[in-house]
Each structure stands twice: as structure tokens, then as C-alpha cells.
Design a protein around this ligand. Structure first.
Ligand SMILES: [Zn+2]
Ligand SMILES: [Zn+2]
Length: 186
């Protein structure tokens, strides 16, 4: 995985892993591979443990109460995970790595998540990391929308919330015709 200047791929991978934590090392390796991360070492239980610790800390970054707390938590993760950047062409094409070569996947992921999240927040906006607005859906997402006001983790949740709001308006005598985007047919 090559980190683009805005860190979208790593931060999306972090959200995916946090929302649905891998239960085996094989699953972790498989999902990293599917996300475009070149896995060069054997993956084991220690990697799962390291990832779990990282994701716990990362969710605290998501849930931070303000930008400064968010930055402080992320800076701690960067300090513990990321080494100085260096140029490499191991996969064809020069790009930057933010860790030493030959590290286990758990450490590689931690550095990738920390740097990718920092790039995403500094490039797109410190507020662009949050949980879905639907009650009962705690999914985390990185807001890469144009406006920076994405409220839902997925279209499915946006639709669910629109239906719920429509029903509560309808049951309190709201005007259905004011919401032409929602069919009243079942
Ligand atoms: Zn690389
Ligand atoms: Zn959701």
C-alpha cells in the first residue's frame, strides 16, 4: 500500500479493521492483502494482539473530545510506531516507508495507521473522523466527502435514518408531501 498524500487508504483500512476486527491471523493477512498492503512477513497471534492494542488507541483518537486531545493521542501513537521516513522501490516505483524494513505486520500496520490518520486529518481536516450518526450503529468512518459533512458510515445507514425520521414525522402528523424523496408506499 502506498500512502497517497491524504492518507485515505490507510485510514479507511483502520476503520474497516476497527469496525470488524479480524479474528484470526489468516483473516488479518487476507484483509490487508485485499486492501493493497504487501504482506512480507509471516502473520501470527502477536500481530493480532498488536493490532488490537493499536485499534483500541485509535478508537480513542476517533472519540477524542476536541482537536487537541485528538492530536495529542495521535502524536503518542506516531511516537511509538513510526520511524523516520525513507525511500524504497521494493514493489516497483519509489515511495516512502514510515518504518524499518522487515518489521512484523502488527508494527507495520500501526505505523501505517498512525501516519495515514495524521495525513488524513492534517490534509482534509481534523474533524474528519467520526462515528455513524445512526443510533445503534457505532461504525467509525473517515470523512473523505467533498463537503466534510458526511454523517453516516454507509448509504444503508443514511437510508435507515431517513426512513426513521420520516416515520417519526408522519406519526406526529408531519406533512409527507414535504419529503418527496421518500415514497409512502410500502
Ligand atoms: Zn512499500
Ligand atoms: Zn452506520
Amino acid at each position: 500500500m502506498h500512502i497517497n498524500p491524504y492518507g485515505a487508504d490507510p485510514v479507511n483500512l483502520a476503520a474497516d479493521l476497527a469496525n470488524r476486527r479480524p479474528s484470526t491471523a489468516a483473516e488479518l493477512a487476507e484483509r490487508c492483502g485485499a486492501a493493497g498492503l504487501v504482506v512480507q512477513t509471516a502473520v501470527g497471534a502477536a500481530d493480532l494482539d498488536r493490532l488490537a492494542t493499536t485499534l483500541d488507541a485509535w478508537e480513542k483518537i476517533v472519540d477524542a473530545s476536541d482537536e487537541h486531545e485528538r492530536a495529542a493521542r495521535l502524536n503518542r501513537m506516531l511516537a511509538g510506531a513510526a520511524a523516520y521516513p525513507r525511500l524504497t522501490d521494493h514493489a516497483g516505483g519509489w515511495h516512502l516507508h514510515y518504518r524499518d524494513d522487515g518489521r512484523p505486520l502488527g508494527e507495520v500496520l500501526t505505523a501505517l495507521i498512525a501516519v495515514g490518520t495524521a495525513m488524513h486529518l492534517s490534509g482534509r481536516g481534523m474533524h474528519r473522523l467520526r462515528r455513524c450518526a445512526v443510533t445503534g450503529c457505532a461504525a467509525v468512518f473517515a470523512d473523505t466527502s467533498r463537503t466534510g459533512r458526511q454523517r453516516y458510515c454507509a448509504i444503508r445507514c443514511a437510508n435507515r435514518d431517513a426512513v426513521r425520521r420520516h416515520r417519526s414525522r408522519a406519526s406526529t402528523g408531519g406533512d409527507r408531501s414535504a419529503h418527496p424523496h421518500l415514497s409512502t408506499k410500502r
